[in-house]
Design a protein around this ligand. Sequence first.
Ligand code: ZN
Length: 227
Amino acid sequence: MNPDFAITVTPIVVAELLVEGEVMPVCVHVIDHPDGRVLVDTGMTELHPAVVAAFNPRLFPLNEQDFDVAGIDIVVNTHLHADHCGGNHLFAGRPIYVQRRELDDARREDDYTIREWVDAPDLQYVPVDGELELLPGIRLVPAPGHTPGSQLVVVETGGRPVVICGDTAVWFGELDEPRVEAQRRIRALDPEQVWLAHVHEPWRPRAAHAEDHRPAEARDGRDRSTD
Ligand SMILES: [Zn+2]
């Protein structure tokens, strides 16, 4: 245990997407740290034709919830797909940490994201090359896979780490039985919990479960993917 401070992670649902006939949440995560409040991903705040066509979303934007936008000190984007960066514009003037590769791809590649959401006015990106200690006990760790520039946020909470994984895993089966290097990288961290962007509850190693608390979409065994 770290006796000096505790770091907590809280999910906030900011949208629901319709994917193959099923509703999937879009979650962002707040990390409360003694040195500041960190927001991981920003969801969406408005509809865009491209997003409507793909996901027919219902939005619960951060700026329309009981959420202290001004209280966020640092923003991290796990990656820059539209449903992860659409609220970045709310955080103009605050540092937004993203892997440099991700930022370059989002700005350069067509059909990658909604570029005007990425480059909303007055955003101050901090491009990161590789691993970075963001605050004591909070690390950014590259995890190329879902996108080449994806990153994880690894939070030391005293015991085993808590990981916020963006879309590196989209459903629990991808962590129960990792198939790609980035998912294996998460398991190698021996996490106590992993927060996914599109599942309400955190994934935990199966051995930690007395019974199966996973939501239905994780139990049904089907493969899924989304932005
Ligand atoms: Zn994505």
